[in-house]
Ligand binder design. Structure first.
Ligand SMILES: C[S@@+](CC[C@H](N)C(=O)[O-])C[C@H]1O[C@@H](n2cnc3c(N)ncnc32)[C@H](O)[C@@H]1O
Ligand code: SF4
Length: 429
């Protein structure tokens, strides 16, 4: 039968007309408000300098001993802030959270800090109303006066790298401070920012030389400081670190095995639990659940963020954008009046869903209704078989409204997120 014979049989009244999709009757007044409201934004500011090169660190930073042009970098950063705000019309977007990361932001001098914060205030109209202003600090780079300046500038979450509280381990890690200086720094920060900020300290599990005994001491001492938040990163020996050379290739320093590492994490989780430090991500525990990083929490759930400074990256809608990682080029491009953007990625709808599942799972609980509202799919149906396996293996619990990590799921870090996102990519790409 030909198409023309088929067509000749059609009755005109049955011809479908689809004027639009979804149908008009589903359109609601509330959606207008949601669309017109300026979407909140987070800002990341990168300070790429350090006072030392720690043996475990994979970040691309410049040691102050190489005499980098910090003052020049601050001037370029302020210029970039102005250009970015104009180019993307960001001034009318409410700033939700600001995160100064590095490198070591706390090595900036007080006038440099003031200059950057003033540039942010001048170019982002809603900067003053932000919910959280986080700042990374290293123990030897802070002083009473600098901390007070930070608190006066509105910093309300201070995150300090400690890594360990045992002198021998700190020394092996190539850091400049010792245990006493670590306590001194925490004490100073607690006094200078009392009532104004929450303090997080970072510990690193799996450092060279770490044993059960040294790890237990560090966890105990971290709790004794009374800080609001303790983050435990699992040390990754990336190829660009000294520890990779000495611990993985040459075997001259002793790195804990994967099994030992898992036990360290298990111990920390159990001990923190007894001290009422509760997890909000699979590596951050807070006293009575009193704190969380608004920046991390929201960008992991898809909030837009813009990265300012050399090598900084961000995500705006369906685009990932990253600045050049070359310090000289960064200054040259900004001085010539251009944005220093070097590369990006345009996310597909599937990429965004995979990202929201993978990063959202780091926050211990995936809200299925939120995902459904966003992508129109029920993750429970999409991933039914793999969810059943993960639940039987004790990594998650699943209800109609959420997928939640169990203690075992938390201990295994990104395992559940990676399993689900791999399944989504394999099944639907
Ligand atoms: C950019 S540093 C923050 C502050 C400051 N530079 C300092 O070290 O005190 C952020 C954190 O990254 C973590 N980190 C560095 N190298 C790491 C690695 N190889 N694996 C896991 N975490 C790492 C450390 O715990 C460090 O505190
Ligand atoms: S851990 Fe911190 S201080 Fe050490 S090199 Fe990395 S960014 Fe710098």
């Amino acid at each position: 039968m030909t198409i023309s014979t088929e067509l000749s049989k059609l009755e005109s009244k049955r011809l479908p007309l689809v004027p639009n999709y979804p149908p008009f009757k589903q359109w609601k007044r509330a959606a207008v408000k949601e669309t017109l409201e300026a979407k909140p934004l987070c800002l990341y500011i990168h300070i790429p300098f350090c006072t030392q090169r720690c043996s475990f660190c994979y970040y691309k930073t410049v040691d102050l001993k190489e005499r980098p042009e910090v003052e020049g970098y601050v001037a370029t950063l302020c210029k970039e802030i102005e250009m970015v705000s104009d180019s993307f019309d960001l001034a009318n977007r409410p700033i939700h959270a600001v995160y100064f990361g590095g490198g070591t932001p706390s090595l900036l001098k007080e006038p440099q800090l003031v200059k950057i914060v003033e540039a942010l205030g001048k170019n982002f109209k809603f900067f003053e109303n932000k919910k959280q202003f986080s700042f990374e600090a290293e123990p030897l780079t802070i002083s009473k006066s600098k901390l007070e300046t930070m608190a006066n500038l509105g910093v309300n979450r201070l995150s300090m790298g400690m890594q360990s509280f045992v002198d021998a381990i700190i020394k092996l890690s190539g850091r400049g401070h010792d245990e006493k200086q670590a306590y001194r720094a925490i004490n100073l920060a607690q006094k200078a920012g009392e009532g104004k900020w929450n303090i997080n300290i970072d510990l690193l599990s799996g450092l060279a030389g770490e044993t059960d005994e040294t790890w237990h001491q560090s966890v105990e001492r971290a709790i004794e400081t009374g800080v609001e938040s303790i983050t435990v990163y699992k040390m990754e020996a990336f190829a660009n670190t000294e520890v990779y050379q000495t611990g993985v290739r040459e075997d001259v320093v002793q790195l804990p095995s994967e099994d030992q590492e898992l036990k360290f994490m298990e111990y920390a989780m159990e001990r923190f639990g007894r001290a009422n430090y509760l997890p909000w991500s699979h590596f951050t525990y807070t006293k009575d659940g009193c704190d969380k990083s608004e920046y991390i929490y929201n960008i992991w759930q898809g909030m837009d963020f813009y990265g300012l400074g050399v090598s900084a990256f961000g995500t705006m809608g369906d685009s990932i954008l990253q600045n050049t990682s070359d310090l000289e080029k960064y200054a040259e491009i900004v001085d010539s009046g251009q944005l220093p953007l070097a590369r990006g990625y345009n996310l597909t709808s599937l990429d965004m869903m995979v990202r929201d599942v993978l990063l959202g799972m780091k926050l211990l609980r995936l809200d299925l209704d939120r995902l459904k509202k966003h992508y129109g799919f029920n993750l429970k149906t999409l991933c039914a078989s793999v969810l059943t396996d993960l639940e039987l293996d004790g990594f998650i619990s699943v209800s109609d409204s959420a997928i939640e990590l169990t203690s075992k799921g938390i201990l295994y870090g990104d395992f559940v997120g990676v399993t689900l996102s791999d399944y989504l990519k394999k099944s639907y790409a």
